[in-house]
Design a protein around this ligand. Structure first.
Ligand code: 4AD
Ligand code: MG
Length: 477
């Protein structure tokens, strides 16, 4: 007999048919009613076991956490809360689970506790919902770019260039750390290392994506990136996934349009395809919110918030306009911000970003025209000589979700910017070559995938939207 997934059984309701299902037991009541989940849906299939004819020793093995194979007939359900159930003819315990020792009891566990048993948290309703949504969002991103004729580029994970300046890098080496070879100057002799040079894990695939775009026109990367910054926050990971499109013959406005379209496409895809999971997570948030004081509760239920971000045009304004708003804001005047903004040129902190989005505009915001000093060397210098054609997208509850820019396509300007940043030209000849041979205006951005998953699931800690989070002091599993 061919196995059916629980989702198929509940969707197609093959009443009167004999089917085979496999999965894990969530609960087993009265030696009779087993709730079976196989991860295909947030819902469980009720298995009705005949306790008169089933061996008692077998009944004892049907415990929370056990892996089960069950064959039986699908019937209309007598009980409330489900449409169909299975009258079990034959049930086998494929993998036993000691109910005394199984860490997941049929009750509410805290997210902190579940983080410590991340190897088992997939089995909970909350995390199975999150990871199905994470999958759906990843699929939607590929679908979005594919429909638009973008080419998926696999940028390298091990890199010999340290030019991006996006963050601290993790070094990759096969040198024996107890016996490091030294050169004449007494420094580490990387010529003896695996790649004959110092290498790191990449912080971004952008520079390679630019090379691709200057031939294939529209490309994107979607891969893991690594940053050894010591930021132990609820929005930072040391290993995270980033989507980086790069478009040729395009400017900062095309870039903003692309980013807004992409975000809306993914949010809509998740709303259209993950309804049950969103409903579950929304209810979870409602219950959580009840514990909070009235003024800290979020104003919108999850699905309403997502729909809102689909309908609204994102507010587009310049950094200069934003600084004026912030300098005149109550929390700045009353010195309520941790970092009070004194003058134009200040780097925006997450508290400022969230003020703009959540208090001032009350919708997603795209900021452009940042001071050149606080952004990367490759961003296109504006005519004012003071700002660059950067754009950051700020989301409610998240802050920065996207960072991007139009790129500096003029060789001489790029060279002089590299000088300002002390980036040695000889290390970047390959990058400069694109500006020497057939350069053109181009732009791109990076979307932090986990921040997007946080937004669509309503989860407030980034460690809960990636299966096995890496952060300072922790690389478990
Ligand atoms: O703003 P960032 O540093 O931009 C770049 O890396 C550019 N090369 C992108 C490009 O133009 N192609 O990072 C982009 C996004 C941020 O907006 C944020 O969403 C996410 O990546 N991000 C992180 N997410 C999780 N943990 C971290 N430590 C992150 N750092 C950045
Ligand atoms: Mg950024």
């Amino acid at each position: 007999m061919k196995r059916l997934k629980v989702l198929d059984v509940l969707t197609n309701q093959p009443i009167g048919e004999e089917v085979l299902v496999c999965g894990w037991i969530r609960t087993f009541r009265n030696n009779q009613f087993a709730a079976l989940n196989d991860g295909s849906t947030i819902k469980t299939l009720q298995l009705v076991v005949d306790r008169e004819t089933t061996d008692e020793a077998l009944l004892k093995r049907i415990t929370t956490g056990a892996a089960i194979r069950a064959a039986g007939t699908i019937v209309e359900s007598q009980g409330r809360g489900q449409s169909v159930e299975m009258h079990v003819r034959d049930i086998k315990v494929v993998g036993d689970s000691d109910p005394e020792k199984y860490p997941l009891q049929p009750k509410r566990h805290s997210l902190e506790f579940l983080r410590e048993i991340a190897h088992l948290r997939f089995r909970t309703s909350t995390f199975s919902a999150i990871f199905r949504i994470r999958h759906a969002a990843a699929f939607a991103i590929h679908e979005f770019f594919n429909k638009r004729g973008f080419v998926y580029i696999h940028s390298p994970i091990i890199t010999g260039s340290d030019a991006e300046g996006a963050g601290e890098m993790f070094q990759v080496t096969t040198l024996d750390l107890d016996n490091v070879p030294k050169n004449e100057e007494g420094k580490v002799d990387f010529k003896k290392d695996f790649f004959n040079k110092a290498t790191n894990l990449t912080v971004s695939g952008q520079l390679e994506a630019e090379l691709g775009a200057l031939a294939l026109s529209d490309v994107y990367t979607f891969g893991p990136t690594f940053r050894a910054e010591n930021s132990n926050t609820s929005r930072h990971l040391a290993e995270f996934w980033m989507i980086e499109p790069e478009i040729a013959f395009a400017d900062i406005h095309d870039d903003m349009d692309l980013a807004e379209d992409m975000l809306k496409y993914v949010i809509k895809y998740v709303m259209d395809n993950c309804g049950d999971d969103l409903e579950f997570l929304e209810q979870r948030l409602v219950n959580e919110e009840k514990q909070k004081p009235q003024n800290e509760r979020s104003p919108m239920p999850l699905r309403e918030k997502l729909a809102f971000c689909l309908e609204e045009d994102y507010e587009r304004l310049t950094y200069t306009e934003a600084i004026n708003i912030l300098m005149n804001s109550k929390p700045n005047k009353k010195k309520k911000f941790q970092f009070v903004i004194e003058e134009w040129g200040a780097d925006l902190q997450s508290e400022h970003e969230r003020y703009l989005v959540e208090k001032h505009f009350k919708k997603p915001v795209i900021l452009t025209g940042y001071p050149k000093e606080i952004k990367a060397f490759y961003m296109r210098l504006n005519d004012d000589d003071k700002t660059v054609a950067a754009m950051d997208i700020l989301f409610p509850g998240i802050g920065e979700i996207v960072g991007g820019s139009q790129r500096e396509e003029r060789l001489d300007v790029l060279q002089s910017r590299m000088k300002d940043f002390d980036i040695p030209e000889h290390e970047m000849e390959w990058f400069l070559d694109t500006r020497r041979f057939g350069t053109c205006p181009h732009a791109g951005f990076g979307l932090g995938f986990e921040r997007l998953v946080m937004f669509v699931t309503g989860m407030t800690n980034i460690r809960d939207v990636i299966p096995f989070p890496r952060f300072p002091g922790s690389a478990e599993f």
